[in-house]
Design a protein around this ligand. Structure first.
Ligand code: ZN
Length: 298
């Protein structure tokens, strides 16, 4: 059975796992990323974390937050890792390990992993939304990831749900992630109550306790998300729409309304065939390893 390495580069750590083609994790390793980073120290940590897992695999898949250039395999900058810039990830790993290396942003990796090993595997096409700090997305058709030109496509979180709406981290107004994401919920709650909540769980806890402000924010956010998904469904006509990410732990609080809003506002022909639901929330490393399995040439 073929095996591949998946690498998940996060803010504070690098996680690496070896998987077989069925998605079983065979081995894993991880490192903390050094406090004071430069390209060389980062790449050294990366290669040394991968090295112990090298035996008998067909390639290395790498995922990280963007912005990146998936074609040249360069991590351009990182909001979470200060001190690194234009890091040649693909080139360095290919030279070091003499294996094919595939590199995509982590939302794309999560989408591909979900499409290969998740709740709706086997569907012709899937639109996968990652609901977390922000809102990420990925589109997979016939097992192939649509990445857009140079790998920054399907940024569904920054499609507009509310014209002239709340200011988003990207600088624009009314993006769906200003209304439905950890950042969005906390900012909207602060705006209404002047109370800073520490994380999404505390927000959802308030919703469970029937806090009216939190309930209204979630209700409106769900409508905003439904509108964004509606637009994406009409653009892409996917067989399945799948929701993953930390916020889906509270799917019971919004899932039903979300599905109802989406289904009642799309063309009936699309609605009849559409599958929609919560994904399996697989690891970032499995998502990255699926980049290797997805590449038929390997
Ligand atoms: Zn935005």
């Amino acid at each position: 059975m073929k095996q591949a390495i998946g690498v998940d580069i996060g803010g504070g750590s690098i996680r690496v796992s070896l998987f077989d083609e069925s998605g079983n994790e065979l081995k894993s390793n991880q490192s903390k990323t050094p406090d004071h980073l430069d390209n060389d120290s980062f790449l050294k940590t990366l290669t040394e974390t991968i090295r112990p897992l090298l035996k008998d695999n067909i390639g290395i898949g790498v995922g990280s937050p963007g912005p990146l250039n998936s074609e040249t395999g360069i991590l351009l900058t990182s909001a979470n890792m200060v001190g690194i810039e234009n890091v040649p990830i693909k080139q360095t790993l290919e030279k070091e390990f003499l294996l094919p290396v595939f590199y995509e942003n982590d939302a794309n990796c999560a989408a591909l992993g979900e499409a290969y090993f998740g709740s709706y595997k086997g569907c012709e096409s899937q639109l996968i939304l990652t609901l977390g700090t922000g809102v990420g997305g990925g589109f997979v058709k016939h097992g192939v990831l649509y990445t857009g030109y140079l790998g920054n496509g399907i940024e569904i979180g920054h499609t507009t749900s509310v014209i002239g709406g709340a200011l988003c981290g990207c600088g624009a107004r009314g993006c769906v992630e200003s209304y439905f994401s950890t950042r969005g919920f906390l900012n909207r709650y602060f705006e209404s109550t002047n109370t800073k909540l520490p994380h999404a769980e505390s927000f959802f806890e308030l919703v469970r306790k029937e806090d009216q402000v939190a309930k209204e924010i979630l209700h409106f956010g769900t409508l905003a998300l439904a509108h964004a998904v509606r637009g994406a469904i009409h653009l892409l006509n996917p067989e399945a729409v799948v929701f993953v990410g930390g916020i889906t732990n509270s799917f019971d609080l919004f899932g039903e309304q979300l599905e109802k809003e989406i289904r009642s506002n799309i063309f009936p022909i699309l609605n009849e065939r559409l599958k929609l639901g919560k994904g399996r929330n697989l690891s970032g490393t499995l998502g990255a390893a699926s980049l290797v399995f997805a590449n038929k040439k390997v």
